[in-house]
Design a protein around this ligand. Structure first.
Ligand SMILES: NC(=O)c1ccc[n+]([C@@H]2O[C@H](COP(=O)([O-])OP(=O)(O)OC[C@H]3O[C@@H](n4cnc5c(N)ncnc54)[C@H](OP(=O)(O)O)[C@@H]3O)[C@@H](O)[C@H]2O)c1
Length: 316
């Protein structure tokens, strides 16, 4: 990397924005996305818009069978139809699943008939403007970004031999240290940006821990961040940022590029437990103050596990 590239990357702004993608992609080998995905079974959560839709498109383009997990039936079906039409394939399926709901995830896992999963992309995400507590008693970002994906991974565990599991985290997590008590608090002042960043930090930690857990299955687990891409999520949740930055943002396909690359590129087949940005493994911390200790990591694991171990409640 040249001196100028190094300086631009350190600025964050000229790294996360569209110019950062154009600069970084000069080093990409575009053949990396070519491998045939024919016969592969892929799951993408939050697949009806933004980055998730682009990942689903890319996987379908490679010939994979794609299972799109979306919470809204109409938006989901519209997206499924669009992907199926674009690639003239019947191998694109919609499952209505709310990733913030353990009962919805359990219902999906019970009915999901594929005998194996080759790619599992945990993409569903949101930045709430106000605190929302799910029916199951969890703050919405904890439920959607951590407990839901962890549960889905564990319920599909027997199908994940040799799979690639990918978490779509966020560069916003760089500003936050994992603090499980703050993250799990359901009262007191609420800051949606902070909750989002903390749970995105949590996704990076949990992906590292799952990488160890699933190594015995030959599965890999990685997290990535997309930089700043123009999606409805950003427009809705960060209107001021959107107004200032909309012309500088990456396209959704550019934001999704590294997630898709982690799903298909042959050169990353054995990579696991890393954090990626623009097809490069990058540090998970930019400041020492954000480093969590071992106890905090274990507490996060125990919390996520506690929901996976518990039997579904009556009526679920
Ligand atoms: N765009 C960026 O610059 C950026 C930066 C950093 C990280 N990310 C991450 O990228 C991922 C995708 O976001 P995006 O920017 O593409 O925004 P988006 O267009 O709003 O996509 C988010 C997707 O997640 C779905 N979703 C949210 N909650 C869900 C739930 N409980 N169950 C099922 N699906 C749910 C949304 O469904 P609905 O359509 O029903 O709402 C939507 O399909 C998120 O994890 C986000 O944190 C994005």
């Amino acid at each position: 990397m040249g001196l100028l590239d190094g300086l631009l990357d350190r600025s964050i702004f000229f790294s996360f924005d569209g110019s950062g993608f154009r600069r970084h992609s000069r080093d990409f080998d575009h053949r990396d996305l070519d491998p045939s995905m024919g016969g592969k079974v892929c799951i993408v959560t939050g697949a009806n818009s933004g980055l998730g839709l682009e990942v689903a498109r890319g996987l379908a383009a490679g010939g994979a069978t794609v299972h799109m997990l979306c919470r809204n039936p109409e938006r989901g079906e519209q997206a499924r139809q669009a992907v199926a039409d674009e690639h003239d394939t019947s191998g694109v399926h919609l499952h209505v699943v709310d990733l913030s709901s353990q009962s919805s995830i359990r219902r999906f896992a019970e009915r999901f008939e594929a005998s194996r999963v080759d790619v599992l992309v945990h993409n569903a995400g949101l930045l709430p403007l106000e605190r929302e507590i799910t029916k199951e008693g969890l703050e919405l970002t904890v439920a959607t970004h951590l407990v839901g994906p962890f549960l889905l991974t564990q319920l599909l565990r027997n199908k994940l031999h040799g799979a690639r599991v990918i978490f779509v985290s966020s560069g916003g997590m760089y500003g936050k240290r994992l603090d499980v008590d703050t993250m799990m608090a359901n009262d007191g002042p609420y800051d949606g940006v902070a909750a989002y960043a903390m749970t995105k930090r949590g996704q990076v930690v949990i992906s590292e821990m799952l990488a160890e857990e699933l190594a015995g299955l030959g599965a890999t687990v990685n997290a990535m961040h997309p930089g700043w891409a123009a999606t409805k999520g950003v427009e809705h949740s960060l209107p001021r940022f959107w107004k200032l930055m909309r012309n500088r943002l990456r396209t959704p396909a550019e934001g999704a590029d590294t997630a898709l690359w982690l799903a298909v590129a042959e050169k990353v087949a054995g990579e696991s437990g890393k954090f990626w940005f623009d097809r490069r493994a990058v540090s998970t911390h930019l400041m020492s103050r954000t480093m969590e200790n071992h106890t905090e990591r274990l507490r996060l694991w125990e919390i996520c596990s506690s929901f996976s171990n518990s039997a579904p409640k009556e009526g679920e």
